[in-house]
Ligand binder design. Structure first.
Ligand code: BTN
Length: 254
């Protein structure tokens, strides 16, 4: 049985987010799906929802997110958020979590954490709005982190895990390590946008100066991110700023 630090997290976060609650569930379809459902039904209290097991975990671009209980950490943080500009939120979240984990963790635009050339964690950010009223949108920030090694079934690159960096880590200790800082960083993003995170992203940018291939087949060389967090790619057609989350990018070659 996992001993989750629910009380310690509540103590650390509730001064920053009044009304904050922590919920740990043995199983749910997806922590993101659940918090989006709640938002759509008008429940917008700031909530950290952790699931020991997800039966229908979701990744970006309609993909699934598969994880085994105990070997991974799956959680979502929901809170009302009203930044002047949402661009770059996923990069800011990635930078926050990477910094909380280890200097060796790199960021692969737009929202993956990688260790060397293997994926360590993924982030899925969704929002729910309330048409016709002035309430801020509810942001749902979902994070899936590999904690212990797992089989690479069906994956072209075997995933990395936190224990490669922190041998004593377990899902509970990693949750405690990342969440309070993440809340501070998300609130700071709300105030100041992506600008203060730009250099933090750059410092860990996995793709910078590397050949990349976009999902539409375009080849180029990654050249950092713009002021709004768009990926800058030198291509045969010139410098392109890729802002769309529908585009995926992979490093080309070794
Ligand atoms: C990706 O890499 O494509 C994003 C993966 C995000 C997975 C997390 S696990 C917790 C939360 N609930 C979900 O269904 N997805 C996110």
């Amino acid at each position: 049985m996992i001993r989750w630090p629910a009380e310690a997290l509540w103590q650390a976060v509730s001064p920053l987010l009044p009304g904050f609650t922590v919920e740990i569930l043995p199983e749910i379809d997806s922590t993101n799906t659940e918090l989006v459902r709640r938002a759509r039904s008008g429940v917008v209290e700031p909530t950290l929802l952790v699931a020991e097991q997800q039966t229908a975990g979701r990744g970006r671009l309609g993909r699934g997110w598969h994880s085994a209980a105990g070997d991974s950490l799956t959680f979502s943080l929901a809170l009302p958020l009203a930044p002047a500009d949402w661009s770059g939120l996923s990069l800011a979240v990635g930078a926050s979590i990477a910094e909380s984990l280890h200097p060796a963790v790199r960021l692969k635009w737009p929202n993956d954490l990688w260790l060397q050339d293997r994926k360590l964690a993924g982030i899925l950010i969704e929002t729910a709005g309330f048409a016709g009223d002035a309430r801020p949108r509810q942001a749902v920030i979902g994070v899936g982190l590999n904690i212990a090694p797992r089989a690479a079934a069906g994956l072209s690159t075997p995933p990395a895990c936190v224990r490669e960096l922190l041998p004593e880590a377990d899902a509970a200790s990693v949750l405690q390590r990342v969440v309070p800082v993440l809340v501070q960083d998300v609130l700071s993003f709300q105030q100041a946008g992506f600008a203060p995170f730009h250099a933090r992203f750059d410092a860990r940018d996995l793709l910078r100066d590397r050949p990349v291939t976009l999902s539409d087949g375009t080849a180029g060389t990654a050249h950092g991110v713009s002021e709004s967090g768009a990926l800058l790619v030198h291509t045969a057609a010139g410098l392109q700023a890729i802002a769309s989350s529908e585009v995926s990018v992979r490093p080309a070659g070794p």
